[in-house]
Structures are given as structure tokens and as C-alpha cells.
Design a protein. Structure first.
Length: 483
């Protein structure tokens, strides 16, 4: 009997998805193994490092810490104070007030005794006009600079203004609402100083959710898994992405990007490749790709490193509304990024990025939500037509479900054994529950919001960055969350 067109298509689709899925699962297994090796190697080297010598050395490279601020009145004072307490000998903190409409700037002027100064501002990167630059009259705040500029409608424009004013060869980019560990600069600069073969153009570290942590005046005093279910899913996702994913890629010098929440960058390379793109919805990834392209075009042997420490805590959205905005923006930025840098795909001129990182990102990050959505539609139609081999389909579903639980749980447990982040194993267990329900609750939202972002990118539909409503880190023992 002649086969129908649907049966022919179904057979082709099933084989294609089968090889796609097997490749992805094998890649996860490989990343897990490389992550364990990478973390183990890092800790062995780190055990012999004398950080006290680095802190006291006058030869330590200077680092500029840049943090944009837009309407951050609720948290600005505590967060700036936190940034001023880094355990590092040579750094400056540059707060970029990006046209705030509340009293963010006035609070900083009053608290840190700021006064307007003449400053040789050199705009190598184009931004919205800088109106004023402030420095403190109090010597205790010598390392603080505040830039007041017109609103650029993006974090990228504000960070570029900070890069223009930066005095040092390396800069750390973070969000002013993030809480950074006091040893952040020390940990991030270490791979730069250790590297002998490559020029380290960027370094990243693990981020975690600050939701439900105990916070005293901008300092984490007790780390807890988020109590809100949505934020807890994100905590699990971050651990898996940073500990298993980026530390795995770190082993073969293929770290795909550095998070926008925290990263250290080579300022010279960042400026020469044009700085952050204010039109991109994924400005942090976009900068990394352009820095890599520039390095390859200039025959610079580069490296991007990731350290296995949690150095940054950020408020994650705990409502579906704000979570949708965030993931739509991320996926839209990823689509823009892949389109803009598509010539890198399988281009040997771009080395590991062109032959490994870009293909992986294209196939298993950009295409994955579309493949999953089409797969659901395919199986619904096949079920209606009675073409599904149910025993085989159920076995396959159970295997994928079990494998995903295993990968996520491994990342959580390995992180706890390595870093002792949580005080009790009961807290760890509460996080290990999330992979069991991720496939039914969290992951479908991620897929839907990703496809929504692709739709916005394809149609050019206007969508703002979306403001995050924050409760802040202000008072003693406050609980950080996003409403």
C-alpha cells in the first residue's frame, strides 16, 4: 500500500528529531564531564593562590566598575556603598545615572557629598549626551564617580558612557541592583593574570537569585533558595547554566558569552569593536560576539574564562508578567545576534567560535524552542491520525524526562558539594524538587516566551525593555523579591 505524504513526512521528521535529540543529550553529558574536570582543575590551582599578595600588590591592574542606574531610588544608596567595599587595591566605581526621573541622583549627591567637576570626558563610544559628572568632596569616596546623562533607552548606552570615562584597562559591568561579593574583582581578574598563552578578553562568574536571601544594608548575610516558585525555577536554571554549561565550555575555551549581570572585560578590545550596541536586545551577548570577531580578524589569540564562584546575586522576576518580558527580550536578542553574526557560522576563520560555539547556539539555543513547539504540534496531529507508536513514545518520553532530571540534579548537588552555598541539605532538597516538575510547568513557559520573542524580532513589533518592579535591598534583614 502506498504511503501517504504525512507518513513520509512523519518518518523524515522523527529521524531528524531523533538525531537532533541524541546530539543534544550527548552534548549535555560531555559538558557535565568537562565541567567537573574544569572546576576540579580550577580549585586545585586556586588553593595555592595567595590573594593577600594580590590585594597588597601595587602592580595589580586597575579595574573600573560600571553600573547603570535608572530610577533606582529604592536601593541606590545601599548598592553604591556595597560597590565601594571591594577587597581590591586599585579600582573606581562609575555610576551612570541614565536620565532617572525619580530622586536617584539627588540621593547620591546628598549621601556621598557629590559636587559637579570638570572632567576630560573622551567620547570614543557614541552615547546620548552626558550632562554632568560628579565626584565626592569626601576623601572616603575618592573612588566614586557619578555620570548624569540623558536617557538612552537601553543599558548599553549607559555602559558605553561609563566606558568612555573609565580610567583603567579593565572594566566590570554590572547592574546597580545586583549585589556583588567583596572579592568579585579579585576572582574575576585572576584568570587574566594566570593566563600565559591567550589574551583574556572577558571573565564571568556564577549568578544566583537574591529572592528570599537575608540581606543587611546591601550585603548577603544568608543565602536561601527562593521561596517563590517561579524564582526557584530560575535558581535551578542558573545553576545548571553556569555550573554545568559555562564551566564545561570553559574547559575547551569555548565559553559562549558573559552574563550582563556581571562580567569583566578588556576595555581596549571592547572600545575597538564599538562597545555595546544600544539597538540590541541582547547587548551583553552581542558585545562578546563582536569582541571575538575583532580578536579573530586581528589574529589575537583570545580566551573567555568563567570562574565557578557565585559572585553576584540579582532579583529574579517572581511574577509571570515580568518573567515573560525578560524571556521575550532575551530570545529577541538571541535572534538579532544570530542574524547579525550569521557569517561566523562554520567559518574556520573564527576558530572555536565559528566551528563550535556559534553552531551550538544556533542549533540548540535558537532553534530548540521552535523544534519543541513543532514537535508538540506534530504529535498532536499524529495522535489524531492514529500514527503514534504509543509504547515507544512513552518509553522515549520517560527517558528524556529522567535524563533532564538527572542533569539538573547533578548540577545542583555538585554546586552544593563544591561551594556549600546553602546552609542545610533541606534547602538543597527543596531545590532538587524543581527538576521533577520543570517539564510540566516552567519549561513550557520558556518555550512560549522564546517563540514570542522570535515573533517580535521577525515582525519588528515594538516592545520596550520592560521595567522590573523591585522591593529593594535596603533595610536590615530584608527579603529581596520582584513583585
Amino acid at each position: 500500500m502506498a504511503r501517504t505524504y504525512w507518513e513520509i513526512f512523519a518518518e523524515f521528521y522523527e529521524y531528524t528529531v531523533f538525531f537532533y535529540g541524541v546530539t543534544l543529550l550527548l552534548t549535555y553529558a560531555m559538558l557535565a564531564i568537562m565541567s567537573i574536570i574544569s572546576i576540579s582543575n580550577y580549585r586545585k590551582k586556586d588553593a595555592n593562590v595567595d590573594y593577600d599578595t594580590l590585594v597588597s600588590s601595587p602592580l595589580s591592574p586597575g579595574v573600573s566598575v560600571i553600573a547603570p542606574a535608572f530610577n533606582e531610588s529604592l536601593t541606590i544608596i545601599f548598592n553604591v556603598r556595597s560597590l565601594l567595599t571591594f577587597n581590591y587595591p586599585k579600582f573606581e566605581v562609575i555610576i551612570v545615572n541614565d536620565g532617572s526621573t525619580d530622586d536617584t541622583l539627588q540621593k547620591m549627591i546628598n549621601e556621598f557629598e557629590l559636587t559637579e567637576v570638570d572632567f576630560a570626558y573622551n567620547p570614543k563610544l557614541q552615547t546620548r549626551p552626558v550632562q554632568r559628572i560628579f565626584k565626592s568632596t569626601n576623601k572616603a569616596y575618592n573612588s566614586l564617580m557619578v555620570i548624569d546623562k540623558e536617557n538612552g533607552k537601553s543599558k548599553a548606552d549607559a555602559v558605553n558612557a561609563g566606558i568612555n570615562a573609565a580610567a583603567f584597562d579593565y572594566f566590570v559591568c554590572s547592574d546597580v541592583d545586583c549585589i556583588l561579593d567583596k572579592d568579585t574583582i579579585l576572582k574575576l581578574i585572576k584568570p587574566v593574570l594566570d593566563e600565559e598563552k591567550y589574551r583574556v578578553i572577558a571573565t564571568g562568574a556564577t549568578l544566583r537569585m537574591a529572592n528570599s536571601c537575608d540581606i543587611d544594608k546591601g550585603v548577603i548575610t544568608r543565602v536561601r533558595p527562593p521561596r517563590q516558585w517561579l524564582a526557584r525555577f530560575q535558581e535551578m536554571e542558573y545553576i545548571r547554566a553556569f555550573i554545568l554549561g559555562k564551566m564545561g565550555w570553559n574547559y575547551v575555551n569555548c565559553v559562549p558569552n558573559v552574563s550582563g549581570g556581571l562580567g569583566l572585560f578588556d576595555r581596549e578590545i571592547a572600545v575597538k569593536c564599538g562597545g555595546y550596541d544600544h539597538t540590541s536586545f541582547g547587548e551583553d551577548m552581542e558585545l562578546m560576539y563582536r569582541m571575538i570577531r575583532y580578536s579573530c580578524d586581528q589574529d589575537i589569540e583570545y580566551a573567555i574564562r568563567h570562574v565557578p564562584y557565585t559572585l553576584c546575586w540579582t532579583e529574579g522576576p517572581s511574577s509571570i508578567k515580568f518573567f515573560m518580558r525578560q524571556r521575550t527580550r532575551w530570545s529577541r536578542g538571541l535572534a538579532q545576534l544570530m542574524y547579525a553574526h550569521f557569517p561566523m557560522l562554520l567559518n574556520p576563520r573564527y576558530g572555536r567560535m565559528g566551528m563550535v560555539v556559534f553552531p551550538y547556539g544556533f542549533l540548540f539555543e535558537l532553534c530548540a524552542p521552535v523544534v519543541e513547539l513543532l514537535g508538540i504540534i506534530f504529535y498532536i496531529v499524529s495522535a489524531i491520525l492514529g500514527l503514534i507508536n504509543w509504547p515507544f513514545a512513552i518509553i522515549l518520553l520517560v527517558f528524556v524526562y529522567t535524563y533532564s532530571i538527572m542533569v539538573s540534579t547533578l548540577a545542583i548537588l555538585y554546586d552544593q558539594v563544591s561551594n556549600r552555598t546553602y546552609r542545610t541539605w533541606r534547602e538543597v532538597a527543596s531545590l532538587c524538587v524543581m527538576p521533577f516538575i520543570e517539564m510540566f510547568v516552567f519549561h513550557p513557559m520558556v518555550v512560549i516566551f522564546a517563540v514570542r520573542g522570535y515573533y517580535f524580532a521577525l515582525t519588528g513589533k515594538k516592545a520596550g525593555w520592560g521595567a522590573m518592579q523591585r522591593t529593594g535591598f535596603g533595610g536590615p534583614q530584608t527579603q529581596a523579591s520582584v513583585a
